[in-house]
Design a binder for this molecule. Structure first.
Ligand code: HEM
Length: 136
């Protein structure tokens, strides 16, 4: 068997936390429309339950991301790598901001736009992550 390494554990934790943050949002997007009609009270509880595990997951994403960066010799990377990294950081900041607006906003606009931008920004950040890890 291939020997496990600390950096493989770091990537595993980065991806595990991403699966919680991103997978949870995709599942929510799928069940929210029908639940809103049939059981709005359950919707509030599900959203609260998601937030309880999603924010600690985001903490792990940032922690393992910073850890990954600290293992990379950023000075030796190409300008394309640096641009992708900067774009990814912008997307992560947008995803967090939009998700906060979604959670604390009360209008339909803040709920809808915050949720959609949060999900899209996370998806693009994930793709930038794949570019950094496998192409750059
Ligand atoms: C919404 C938040 C984030 C998502 C969805 C995300 C997603 C990903 C994905 C899918 C990968 C590829 C992993 C692989 O296939 O090996 C990756 C790699 C990476 N991510 Fe993130 N990431 C996020 C936040 C962050 C943050 C905040 C940082 C740094 C502060 C970061 C730094 C990195 C680095 C340096 C890599 C490449 C090296 C490595 O694998 O450790 N990420 N990310």
């Amino acid at each position: 068997m291939i020997h496990p390494t600390l950096s493989s554990l770091r990537t595993f934790l980065h991806l595990l936390a991403i699966s919680i943050w991103l997978g949870g949002q995709i599942v929510l997007a799928g069940v929210v429309p029908s639940l809103r009609r049939s059981n709005p009270d359950a919707l509030t509880n599900i959203a609260k339950g998601y937030a309880k595990i999603a924010w600690p997951a985001m903490f792990v994403i940032v922690l393992t991301g910073v850890w990954g960066l600290s293992e990379t010799n950023v000075g030796e990377r190409s300008s394309a790598y640096m641009f992708t990294l900067a774009l990814k950081m912008l997307l992560v900041a947008s995803a967090v901001t939009a998700t906060l607006i979604h959670s604390y906003g009360t209008s339909k606009l803040s709920k809808g736009l915050g949720g959609a931008i949060g999900l899209l920004a996370t998806l693009f950040a994930a793709y930038c992550g794949v570019l950094l890890a496998h192409v750059g």
